[in-house]
Write a protein that binds this ligand. Structure first.
Ligand SMILES: Nc1ncnc2c1ncn2[C@@H]1O[C@H](COP(=O)(O)OP(=O)(O)OP(=O)(O)O)[C@@H](O)[C@H]1O
Length: 230
């Protein structure tokens, strides 16, 4: 079953002579339970693709569906994003005045959950990625790698059915990076759809499929033979 569908999606940044055609007529489906890795050179449109797939940006032309919903017709896109989509950005975006646990709780509290329940969920997901001991620290008290793990916990909390990860292993050592990939893979196997941008072939090996972008177009798409790759 397809969970995310991009059809003939184009995105032009700017206008006239300075216009940048970041994506040009991209078609992509990600199924429930599927992990798709997006690879490609710098500037090929990977982040633009992720932002469009999660409704953070709108296409210049073409359509994006999450589940049954055409994002162009969704009234409360922010609510849809909060309930269905988890993002791990390159620049982390943790709120400095909140502890790690409070950062992870925040999306659930915005969903209307009581604090005690949101905290329970936050602690469970921090435990899942082996980061419970970070719960009561503030972002400035964490290393780059620890911040990354907290940002990942925030993306996983709740019943997010679509996870978008842009270089989620960027600041992490190999062991922790592998742990994160194992967690993403487990979420996927439990029914999430995952889009992962990575420069590193070793992480792409965790994917079901690798999509290569070049100059805003899908240049190639390869199914990964999982057993041999991991
Ligand atoms: N807001 C924006 N305004 C103007 N141009 C943009 C904007 N966002 C992206 N671009 C341009 O669109 C193209 C695709 O950018 P994008 O960030 O999607 O590529 P990327 O493959 O993710 O690159 P990287 O690997 O360096 O993160 C690039 O030429 C970039 O400069």
């Amino acid at each position: 079953m397809t969970f995310v569908r991009l059809a003939e999606v184009a995105r032009v940044h700017g206008e006239g002579a300075t216009a940048v055609h970041a994506l040009k007529g991209v078609n992509l489906k990600v199924d429930v339970g599927e992990l798709v890795a997006v690879m490609g050179p710098s500037g090929s449109g990977k982040s633009t693709l992720l932002n469009l797939a999660g409704g953070l940006d709108r296409p210049t032309s073409g359509t994006v569906h999450i589940g049954e919903q055409d994002l162009a017709t969704v009234r409360d896109l922010a609510a849809l994003r909060r309930s269905s989509v988890g993002y791990v950005f390159q620049d982390l975006n943790l709120i400095p005045s909140l502890t790690a646990a409070e950062n992870v709780m925040l999306p659930r509290e915005l969903d209307g959950l009581r604090s005690s329940r949101a905290r329970q969920e936050a602690m469970a997901v921090l435990a899942e990625i082996d980061a419970e001991e970070l719960a009561d620290r503030f972002p400035e008290e964490l290393s780059g790698g620890q911040r990354q793990r907290v940002a990942i916990a925030r993306a996983l909390v709740g019943e997010r059915r679509l996870l978008l990860a842009d270089e989620p292993t960027g600041a992490l050592d190999t062991h922790t990076g592998d742990e994160i990939l194992r967690t993403l893979r487990a979420r996927c196997d439990a029914g999430a759809a995952v889009l992962l941008v990575s420069h590193e072939p070793r992480y792409a090996a965790w994917a079901d499929r690798v999509v290569f972008l070049r100059d805003g177009m899908i240049a190639d798409s390869t199914n990964v033979s999982l057993e041999s790759a991991r």
